[in-house]
Design a binder for this molecule. Structure first.
Ligand code: B1M
Length: 240
């Protein structure tokens, strides 16, 4: 990253709004070290981690996404941008996940088969951890067998699935239908998310909730767990 005179630009010398704009440019250019430095400067200037995440990193990645869609950026450049975003997220992770309390629930989360997008899923995992959930992240490109294995091993309250492609999102139904066939569907709360999904799709595949973003995933997880924990006593009352 160079300044207008061709010299190295000192990110520390920028006013905060210019720094945020510069970070959008640096993310676009896949400059990981600069993104890490900019993230740290914003934190040092007192920005909360979620503000840095949303205004500097997620907004920068939104701009990348538009030019990727329009054929201005290609996979290698977008990979560099994703890598730069992850460097920033690494610094935010401990801040977003700081929580000493007992876990309020357990979540297994992973991106579905055929899909390697993991930034949104990682963000959801981080925010859930920050809200006090224990999160088991099974990564990307998961066939149904991986989900079943993780569910059996970890016995979570919630199964979370992510998909970013219109071609991979139908796989969520494969996973849910397999759970049904095995008589396991009611053992878990199933939450789904990813940019191409919507509420109607979530209902159609048989999920308990569609989550538009990470904040909503946290709210949903909390309220669905509370509902489920209350349900047995309600059932007892109904049969009394
Ligand atoms: Co891809 N890609 N990509 N890509 N990529 C998209 C998704 C696309 C929309 C770009 C575009 O055309 N505008 C497009 C999909 C079109 C479609 O299907 N409708 C696309 C395409 C086409 C492709 C390839 C096919 C390109 C190619 O090879 N020709 C290819 C497919 C690879 C594969 O998966 N098999 C591909 C590859 C890649 C990279 C590898 C280069 C890279 C991924 C790197 C990585 O993730 N490690 C990449 C990226 C970075 C993107 C964009 C630019 C950014 C995605 C992202 O990280 N967003 C994306 C364009 C876009 O979405 N604007 C694009 C930021 C993130 C914070 O948001 O992931 O939406 P998001 O997550 C949100 C919510 O959706 C929600 O909460 C998150 C946080 O708020 N959420 C959940 C997500 N998961 C959740 C799970 C939950 C709950 C909520 O569980 C409970």
């Amino acid at each position: 990253m160079a300044d207008d005179n061709g010299g190295d630009l000192d990110l520390n010398s920028l006013e905060t709004p210019e720094l945020v704009e510069q970070m959008h440019d640096d993310l676009y250019d896949g400059l990981a070290a600069e993104i890490a430095q900019g993230t740290q400067i914003l934190l040092d200037r007192g920005w909360p981690a979620d503000k840095v995440l949303n205004e500097a990193l997620v907004e920068g990645m939104r701009i990348v996404g538009v030019d990727f869609r329009d054929g201005i950026l290609f996979v290698p450049e977008v990979l560099l941008a994703a890598n730069a975003m992850k460097k920033g997220m690494e610094l935010l992770r401990p801040l977003l996940a700081a929580c000493d309390a007992e876990p309020i629930g357990k979540v297994v989360i992973g991106t579905v088969k055929g899909d390697v997008h993991d930034i949104g899923k990682n963000l959801v995992a981080m925010m859930l951890e920050g809200a006090g959930f224990e999160v088991i992240d099974i990564g990307i490109n998961n066939p149904v067998e991986n989900y079943l294995k993780a569910l059996e091993e970890h016995r979570p309250d919630i199964l979370g699935m992510s998909a970013l492609l219109t071609t991979t999102m139908p796989y969520m139904k494969v996973v849910i239908d397999t759970l049904k066939e095995k008589g396991l569907r009611d053992d878990y709360i199933v939450m789904v998310g990813g940019a191409p999904l919507n509420e109607t799709f979530g209902k159609a595949v048989g999920a308990d909730a569609y989550c538009r973003d990470a904040a909503m995933a946290v709210e949903m997880a909390k309220s669905l767990i509370a509902e489920r924990r209350q349900a047995p006593s309600l059932r007892r009352l109904a049969s009394a």
